[in-house]
Design a protein around this ligand. Sequence first.
Ligand code: AMP
Ligand code: MG
Length: 425
Amino acid sequence: MNAPLTLREASCADDYDPNAMAVDRARILIRQFLSPVTATERVHIRAALNRVLAQQVVSPIAVPAHDNSAMDGWAVRFADLRTEGDTELKRVGESFAGKPHNGPIGPGETVRIFTGGIMPKGADSVVMQERATEIDGGVRVPAGALAKAGQNRRFAGEDLKQGQVVFALGQPVRPAELGMLASLGINEVDVYRKLRVAFFSTGDELKSIGTPLAEGQIYDSNRYTLYGMLSRLNCDIVDMGVVPDVPEELERAFADAAASADVVITSGGVSVGEADYVKQLLDKLGEVLFWKIAMKPGRPLAYGKIGGAHFFGLPGNPVAVMVTFYAFVRDALLVLSGRRDTGPMPTFKAVLSAPIRKAPGRTEFQRGILSPDGAGGWNVHTTGDQGSGILSSMSQANCFIVLPTQTGNIAAGEMVDVQLLEGLI
Ligand code: AMP
Ligand code: MG
């Protein structure tokens, strides 16, 4: 097995080119330094929503526990049914969900059964009530009401078998998992502790909301998009505010953030011109690599360790913050929080409905609007101006149009890759 790279080695890796790091390459390099949290806590399953299981779950029971009916109807013995003409069966009882019929049924007998009712012994199939006619003391079933034995019957353990591994370590707990845990009668699980993520914005021009703007100043919006994206990932959030481009203040902020969090995220200050003193600072405090990623938006990116904390230095432009977060930070946070099933966000193909201009050389994440084409497929077009400061493009978009590095201009009618933003933003 290859020993993991150190950060210094990563910066010297064969195909490492600080001026044109491919998106996938950067993601893979970052991944090598991520070790998931190990601390766990035991919580009620409701509190486990959006957390990650720190235990295997083995089914203590079978679900369902008994063979039961999938329909409202009549529990029958398939062999009793005539292949031509009607069959009349004698009603010997009822089986409701939670209130079974006691005892078996014999030849020529039936039990009125409702969805979830336990199958009486001897019965192997259920005739839907719509396919039969109730008669005095029983039911009349026409030929062909059942195609084969076993129809409309759910089998014990068909969802989960007793002793089966239901969830592996690292399983994210979503609504389906909550329901499954409840179906097994489990009310508490071990989950990994939440990731603690500290972030701040850098820039002399930035003001926090609630204060008036002087000329040339802008409101800090990155802390709010970051807050939103991190909240959706269920992280513990430490908002450290705005830090001006003053070396002593930045140094203190980096040190404080790293001391209090698993992950430190900043925006701004990593572009050419600003990067130099941030770089000097971070060289002093930890080991940080500055990359120029071959992507648009989001060219500058810093990644490294400050003490025990992972550090992501995102660009300042508001759209670039979101794009680099989804391209790099999200996946890293999922890995750190204990997920085992992570990877790049899935893409699918859609037809471009208006041409796109693009120069080869960078992977572009254009903001797109995906809409049904009326014939079962999907069309996509951009939101318009793709400037990296135009945050409204992220609000209008429902997808990224991902244009690979080598791609140039694209004509209308061509297929492009899209990544859905639904649920992410
Ligand atoms: P920088 O990467 O620091 O050079 O910033 C690039 C651009 O993004 C500049 O126009 C900044 O004013 C803007 N910017 C940086 N940080 C923020 C922020 N937190 N909120 C809004 N805009 C920002
Ligand atoms: Mg700046």
